[in-house]
Design a protein around this ligand. Structure first.
Ligand code: SF4
Ligand code: SF4
Length: 512
């Protein structure tokens, strides 16, 4: 077999799906194909990503299109000075290879080519190429219809500000300091190799790939490709229940829509994960159809019996636990009389404690400063004299009348100090109020502290909502979040009933 390759084409983003299809069609006929493309400004969503969760669609608007690639992993903000490498091969000997070893194997010729151009880069699992800890490129992989498709996205230069506006990242990163810190996280190739010419780099990648695969290389003209429709808005109503789990392979979400009370009408897995088996999630979604949501965990456990799922950094146990979280959220919603319990999550360090066990044991309530009014002199300080003008004051009252410790978290370092202190004095659990984005991005602080928690999500303007772009850019954006004090009261009332119940179970001792 020969590796046929073609040089860079500049495509409209809407042509990229057809370009991928052209590669996979040839590989399915037994050819090995390598190509390079550059796309006009766009957002490139991972195969399983929900653009609403991954991208700041309010910013993207009509500025540029969102297109979806065939490979999984996170969504990207692309500008034309980004080289995309697309390699398609007959699956053959790669059909049964473990996803992570396959990723490392396909990334190695790319590493060799970049090193050959003068930059010292290394592979950082699960899918990054890095130089001294800074991201140089991302690699993605899928297996479908007898074909292995490997893609690498290599920014030659990078507009970090556009990236931060395009992806759902906190607005604090758009401040001058935030931009500086974000720039330190990336190392676009032209910063590592001044005067880099991309033509020789592409030729090296082709030669190194041929060498690694043991194939002769032959250059040919790039294919002609048509247009696909950009990703449109999802017009389904919001899901009745949602659950999420951060795994080493990325964040995985499970959304379900219900029929007849608690029977699942439709289920959907999304996330920035790389699944090499395109049939897996449709099969799991199908298994959940017409099932009672209370059975989501056992249904997924049964559907996942057998060989481990073909996903990078996600275990079968993670998917099963997601089913458990979904059922638990539904149960919490029913007990609290909510139409959808999308605002309440639990964190159990060993996944063993139920929401009741955690709630019954809470010793402290942590509140975010962003739910205090912007004009309040207590906004950036711990404490509140309960002046009666906001929901945070009500929360203080509810906690104090139960003799619970109540603290306003003023920044991330303060959170870490408070969590260490809670752990140090043997707190059994806490109730935290924060936005879901914060919990997902900073989960390691909670994991490190290891104290079980129930989280109440906040709404309204958050650090991740881009409404005042110019102010955000200048670092003056002041998000004022909405905290549902009535829901907090219902949670605490439930906690009182649970704590008073005879013979209640403590959460596992490892949490104390
Ligand atoms: S209740 Fe507390 S936080 Fe809210 S405005 Fe009054 S002093 Fe500020
Ligand atoms: S909890 Fe508030 S301050 Fe913290 S990240 Fe979310 S919106 Fe920002």
């Amino acid at each position: 077999m020969t590796l046929v390759w073609h040089d860079a084409r500049c495509l409209r983003p809407e042509q990229f799906p057809a370009y991928e299809e052209a590669h996979t069609a040839r590989a399915s006929r037994g050819e090995a194909v390598l190509g390079f493309v550059r796309l006009a400004r766009c957002a490139l969503a991972g195969a399983l990503e929900d653009p609403q969760r991954a991208l700041r669609l309010s910013y993207i608007g009509d500025r540029f299109p969102v297109v979806r690639r065939l490979t999984g992993g996170g969504s990207l903000s692309l500008d034309p000075d980004t080289l995309i490498v697309v390699l398609a091969l007959p699956a053959g000997r790669y059909a049964a290879a473990a996803p992570d070893s396959l990723m490392a194997a396909f990334a190695s010729p790319l590493l060799a080519a970049i090193r050959g151009c003068g930059a010292d880069v290394a592979f950082a699992p699960p899918n990054d190429l890095v130089a001294a800890g800074r991201k140089v490129a991302s690699a993605f992989l899928t297996r479908r219809a007898g074909v292995v498709l490997f893609e690498a996205v290599v920014p030659l230069s990078l507009d970090v500000e556009e990236l931060l506006k395009t992806l759902r990242l906190p607005l604090e990163k758009l401040s001058e300091q935030g931009l500086l810190a974000a720039r330190q996280r990336f190392a676009p190739l032209r910063t590592l190799i001044p005067g880099l010419r991309s033509g020789p780099l592409r030729a090296r990648i082709a030669a190194e790939t041929g060498r690694a695969l043991g194939l002769e290389v032959r250059r040919e003209p790039p294919p002609a490709v048509g247009l696909a429709r950009p990703v449109g808005p999802d017009d389904r109503p919001p899901p009745d229940v949602q659950a999420f789990l951060k795994t080493p392979g990325g964040i995985l979400y499970l959304d379900v829509w219900l029929d007849r009370g608690s029977v699942i009408r439709e289920a959907r897995f999304t996330g920035g994960v790389a699944c090499l088996d395109p049939g897996l999630f449709p099969r799991l979604q199908g298994s959940l159809g017409a099932t009672d949501v209370a059975q989501a965990e056992s249904t997924l456990a049964k559907a996942l019996e057998g060989p481990p799922p073909d996903i990078i950094g996600v275990a079968a146990a993670d998917i099963v636990y997601l089913g458990h979280l979904c059922a638990a959220r539904f149960d919490v919603g029913r007990r609290l009389g909510l139409a959808a319990a999308t605002q309440i999550s639990t964190f159990s360090p060993d996944r063993g404690a139920s929401v009741e066990a955690i709630l019954a044991s809470i010793d402290a309530v942590l509140l975010p400063y962003c739910a205090k009014p912007t004009w309040c002199k207590w906004r950036h300080r711990d404490g509140c004299p309960e002046c009666g003008q906001c929901a945070v004051g009500e929360a203080y009252g509810l906690a104090r009348e139960r003799d619970l410790t109540v603290i306003t978290i003023t920044n991330y370092e303060h959170l870490r100090t408070v969590l260490a202190d809670l752990k140090g004095r043997g707190a059994r659990a806490f109730l935290g109020v924060c936005c879901t984005d914060f919990f997902l991005k900073r989960d390691y602080a909670f994991i490190e502290a290891g104290v079980p928690a129930v989280f109440l999500d906040i709404g309204g303007d958050t650090c991740y909502t881009l409404r005042q772009e110019e102010a955000a850019y200048a670092g003056r954006f002041e998000a004022q979040a909405y905290m549902d004090a009535r829901l907090l009261q219902r949670l605490l009332d439930w906690r009182d009933r649970l704590a008073a119940a005879p013979g209640r179970r403590e959460p596992p001792s490892s949490c104390a």
